[in-house]
Design a binder for this molecule. Structure first.
Ligand SMILES: [Zn+2]
Length: 165
């Protein structure tokens, strides 16, 4: 990757190619601000990266022909784990894991338990120690078995400590 300047301590912000959905979700799980969606392809994707100072993650070789392409990582691997390693080799990864909505990228807010009661299954409400809410799409998040699975996955990739909150 070329020329991406990042402020110390600020997780790198990305603009991810529409072809790389799983990678985009995992970067959000890691706590990165990731612009991604069907509205962001080719020209609009590059425009977004340039306008918002995001590092592009692409896999479309046609985009490489643009001599003014902003700082970018060109992903060559097929599997998301390998793709994540490829990105990690080029850019420092790691924000606050589980701090963003994986669907719409908004920072999650901690909410009082009562807010979640009507929105989550009774068992979850009874057992989850805390809840987070996305003001964008209305989803509630809570630490659950899939979090444990994701933490193991990230630890295996060397991207997050298994015990980190
Ligand atoms: Zn959301």
């Amino acid at each position: 990757m070329m020329g991406a300047g990042t402020e110390a301590g600020e997780p790198v912000r990305f603009a991810v190619d529409w072809m790389l959905g799983r990678l985009a979700r995992w970067l959000r799980i890691l706590g990165h601000d990731v612009a991604y969606g069907p509205h962001l392809r080719r020209r609009t994707l590059i425009g977004c990266a340039r306008r918002e100072g995001r590092v592009l993650i692409i896999r479309d070789t046609r985009l490489l022909r643009d001599p003014t392409l902003p700082p970018h990582v060109f992903v060559t691997q097929d599997r998301f784990r390998d793709q994540l390693r490829e990105v990690a080799a080029a850019v420092p990864l790691g924000g606050v894991p589980f701090s963003r909505c994986v669907e719409c990228n908004r920072p999650l807010e901690d909410v009082p338990r009562e807010r979640a009661e009507a929105a989550v299954p009774p068992y979850v409400f009874a057992t989850a120690p805390r809840f987070q809410h996305c003001a964008g799409c209305g989803r509630f998040y809570w630490p659950a078995t899939h979090h444990a699975h994701m933490r193991r996955e990230l630890a295996a990739l060397g991207l997050a400590a298994e015990g980190a909150a």
